[in-house]
Design a protein around this ligand. Structure first.
Ligand code: NAD
Length: 249
């Protein structure tokens, strides 16, 4: 891939200030795109924007807030060549609690951010992407949608639902030249995974380590730049975590 691949293109990354989202922003900027870093973390987002230079901007974005999505799209259209070509729906939270003890607010909040946040993003970019002649939307599912762990009810429900949302959006938006796919990351070394026992967690996996955020971003770049005949798909980046689950190694 050359650094020219995304020259003249503009991207929004939700939850772009740290973790996997930060890696998405770095990868898109390195490929020549103008990048809007949408996040609730102003300090981290602005620092990353400064580091990435002229073509990066921070936008205050709580993905549950439809007005902020509209503002973010406006910033994107004003920041680059006047098009909006890429949306990476990445923002997500995880609040492990058993169902028995889960406050209703936890259930609501995780679904609002993880699932409705994705829906809000897709809906917000459609007019600008249609105007731009098409685009690529990359959502963020998870291996937990395939092998669900306990205590993550709203997280797993949101990630399974993102698979369905991805398929329906692909069905409806293909006519406008908009492709919609989802990443399915496995254990990835980010603040979300802090405190886990990496050796124990990865001991039965073909690749016995956490993934790096950059490895997830590489798959995002592939979907955006190369996968021109791929839409409605879910692509694993999981070190083989799903392979052979339930069998002794
Ligand atoms: P992270 O916690 O390190 O980063 C998440 C980012 O989203 C943060 O910058 C945070 O401020 C932002 N965010 C949270 N709520 C927001 C909101 N309401 N509006 C806008 N931004 C918001 O997590 P991560 O590990 O980088 O996860 C990124 C995505 O990848 C998430 O969707 C997560 O579910 C998914 N994922 C992560 C893993 C993993 O092992 N780390 C595995 C599978 C899927």
């Amino acid at each position: 891939m050359t650094s020219e691949d995304l020259a003249g293109k503009t991207a929004i990354v939700s939850g772009g200030a740290r973790g996997i989202g930060e890696a998405h922003c770095r990868a898109l900027a390195a490929a020549g795109a103008t990048v809007i870093i949408g996040d609730v973390l102003r300090e981290e987002g602005e620092a990353l924007a400064r580091e990435l230079g002229d073509r990066a901007r921070f936008a205050e974005l709580d993905v549950t807030d439809r007005e902020q999505w509209a503002e973010c799209v406006g910033i994107a259209l004003g920041a680059g060549t006047g098009t909006l070509d890429i949306l990476v729906n990445n923002a997500g939270i995880n609040q492990p609690t058993p169902i028995e003890k889960m406050p209703a607010e936890t259930w609501d909040r995780v679904l609002q951010i993880n699932l409705t946040g994705h829906f809000n993003g897709i809906q917000a970019v459609i007019p600008a992407m249609r105007e731009s002649g098409g685009g690529s939307i990359v959502n963020t599912a998870s291996i937990t949608a395939v092998i669900p762990p306990s205590q993550l009810a709203p997280y797993v429900a949101s990630k399974m639902a993102i698979v369905g949302l991805t398929q329906i959006a692909a069905l409806e938006l293909g006519q406008y030249g908009i492709r919609v796919n989802a990443l399915q990351p496995g254990y990835t070394d980010t603040p979300m995974m802090k405190g886990g026992d990496e050796a124990a967690i990865t001991s039965a996996m073909p690749i016995r380590r956490y993934g790096r955020p950059e490895e997830v971003a590489d798959m995002m770049l592939y979907l955006v730049t190369r996968a021109t005949y791929t839409t409605g798909s879910v692509l694993p980046v999981d070190g083989g975590a799903v392979a052979g689950v339930g069998y002794a190694v």
